[in-house]
Structures are given as structure tokens and as C-alpha cells.
Design a protein around this ligand. Sequence first.
Ligand SMILES: Nc1nc2c(ncn2[C@@H]2O[C@H](COP(=O)(O)OP(=O)(O)OP(=O)(O)O)[C@@H](O)[C@H]2O)c(=O)[nH]1
Ligand SMILES: [Mg+2]
Length: 393
Amino acid sequence: MANDRALEQHIAVFGESGSGKTVLLSSFYGAAQESSNKKRSGFHVLAEDPGQGTQLRKSFLGMKNSGALPAANHFRSTAYSFLVQPIVDPGVKPAKSSGVDHLRLVWHDYPGEWFEQDVSGPEEAKRKVETFRALLSSDVALLLVDAQRLLDNSGEEERYLKSLLTSFTNGLLLIKADLLEDDEPLARFPRIWTLALSKSDLLPDMDVSAFADLLIEKAGDDISELRTVLGGLVAESEALSVGEDFVLLSSAKFTPGEIQVNERVGVDLLLPIAAVLPFERKLKWAEKLKNRGKVAAELMGGVGVLAGALGGVGALAALIGAKGKGKLAGALLLGLGLFGSKLEEAAKAGGDKLKAVHADAVAKHDSIRATLTEFAIELEKAEADGILLRSPR
Ligand SMILES: Nc1nc2c(ncn2[C@@H]2O[C@H](COP(=O)(O)OP(=O)(O)OP(=O)(O)O)[C@@H](O)[C@H]2O)c(=O)[nH]1
Ligand SMILES: [Mg+2]
């Protein structure tokens, strides 16, 4: 993890070949570079590797201006690191509620072909395990369900859904022994596995509840099986949400010869999903994990910053900051004991309280707090708009 003043969140995007991962990434980055979007969002998204940034922007402009699709990148797996920097007006003195200057999003792109076929030799097998390890250090995982494939299997969607979930689950089982050193379950692991409908523009009548219902009705057993297998990889498996959160995604509207990149669904939610969604869930889980320091400490990385931002519970942030990460658990549990109810309140409050905290942050030019509260507001809005469904647990 880079040692600068960034709140770092990782997101892993899993999906079969052709399910829309590369287009999604190009759409996410390209749209963030459009000046109208920067103005609206109030932050820059910058690729830390300029080469990757140029490539993603080029793909986006190809789609936007010439209706050209990004080149396929089947076997390559890559991590893309983005800095999210609030745009600060020159001349104003910003307030700061945390020791954080910017957010970092690391996006792990999974080679879709590993879904359908096994690796071709020991060299690739090794690479697959390494890739999985990197992906599995994420905070949130997205598993893409391809709307095109649902359409192709209309009326018998279970055929596609079962094969998607089973091949992923089996893929995990096959490398389980290599993933776990000495059979030790992983403390750092994506604890939120969101099911995402990619290319949702192809199913315009399906809102997120209908998507969730379809999955649970037609592949509920396979989702449970995936949950069991993931639970077998991770320490404290009760702190795990698999197939309880759902989101609709569309990177653009595709018509013959034209790609309308402004017609996106859910793409702008990816940052809020990576940054804020784990926060709310972690708070609930940390309560349950009171006596188990290591995982609780792992879970609460970054929570102090977010708690400060969302609820103005600065004392907890300071407490965590002062004790340092290594000794976090004790400080944290103390903190939760002292501030637990307040934290819950802040996280759950939402609505008007959230808007008030956001307005306060904007007025004080407290840009990180403004950005995080904006993210939390966007999640609420997406839920009201039928694009996002959060686990009620
Ligand atoms: N309608 C629609 N089509 C999409 C969307 N995103 C991607 N597609 C189509 O799906 C194709 C495959 O998308 P990619 O992003 O290349 O797929 P991938 O998941 O990266 O595939 P691999 O790199 O092989 O793993 C694109 O060429 C588009 O034709 C979307 O949001 N809506
Ligand atoms: Mg790709």
C-alpha cells in the first residue's frame, strides 16, 4: 500500500470474456475526464500510470467519436490505479477533518478467459494464482452478469446463470490450496460480492429488484454455493456479503455505428461503491467481531477517515490515527465501545442528516469530507432510482 495521504480502496471486477469489463473501465475513466463531468463531480480522476491513462482515454474517445470498440485484451490481467483528487478553488483555505488528501481507487481487471477454460501450463497457472491473490485483496468484488447472455437464454436464464456461477465457484475451488498458505484463511478479502448486470441497456425494463429476483429465483442455490466456497477462504466468514447487493451497469448505449457514451448507467456509482459501501457494512460487522482483533483491525482500515467524514465523529478518527495501524484493534474496539452508537447513527442516518453534513463540508471547503458525503448521497439516490440494491443486513 502506498505510504501517502490517501484513503485506498480496491475493487475487483470479475466477468466472463465479452461481459463488458474493458468497456466499463474505459467508460469509467473516459467519462471522468470530460470537463462537464469534472465540473459536476468536483474531483479529478487521474490514472497514476500515464500510459494506462492515455490508453483508457483513447478507447473512450474511439467509442465516443467513431463508434469504435476498444481492442479485446483477453489474457491480460492488470491493476489500474486512480487518484481521486478534489478540485479546490485557488485562494480558498480548505478545512480538513482527516489526515487524508485524496482517495485512491485500484481497479483489478480479471482475464475473462480464465472463466471458460483452464490455464495452459505451469507458468500460466502460477500467474493465475498470483492474479487471484491480488484481486482477493480488494475491498469489494463485482461479478458481472451479462445482459446479452440473459437475452440469449430468455425464458431459461438459469442455463446461463448456473454455468456462470458454477464455473467461477469451481475455479476458486481448484486454486484454493494455492491461495491459502498453510491453510490459513485470508483476513484481507473482498467481503462484499456485488452482482452486477452489465449491458443493462439491453434490458431496459429490468430494474435492480427484478434483476435480484431473477438471480435468486433462477440461481439461488448456486449463489449459496458460491457463498459457502468464499466463506471457506476467509477468516470470520460471518463478515461476508455474497449476492446480497445488486447493481445495474451500462457503459454506453450501443446502436449500429454509434456508441452514446453519455447514456451510462451505474458507472458513476463505482467510486461510491468502492469507497463508502464497505464502510457501512464494516461497522455492522466490527460489532460482531469484538473479541477478534486481527480481522477487526483489517476490517476497520480506513473506517476512521470515513467515520469522520460521514458523521463528524472526529474523535474516533483521531484515536485510530494516533494508535497507528499495527495496534489498531485495541484502540478500535475501545473507540467502538465509546462511539459505537454514534457511528451507527451517522452511517444509518442518511437522508437529510447526510445532506446537512455534506452542505457543511462544502461550505467549509472540506473537500474529502464533501466528496465522501456526496458518494453516500449518490448511493442513496441510486437505490431510490432502482439501480442499486444494498444488503439489508
Ligand atoms: N449494449 C452494451 N454492450 C456492451 C456494453 N459493454 C460492452 N458491450 C459489448 O460487449 C463487448 C465486449 O466487451 P469487453 O469490455 O471487451 O469485454 P471483456 O469483459 O473485457 O472481455 P475479455 O477482455 O475477453 O475478458 C463490447 O465489444 C461491446 O460490443 C454495454 O454497456 N452495453
Ligand atoms: Mg477485456
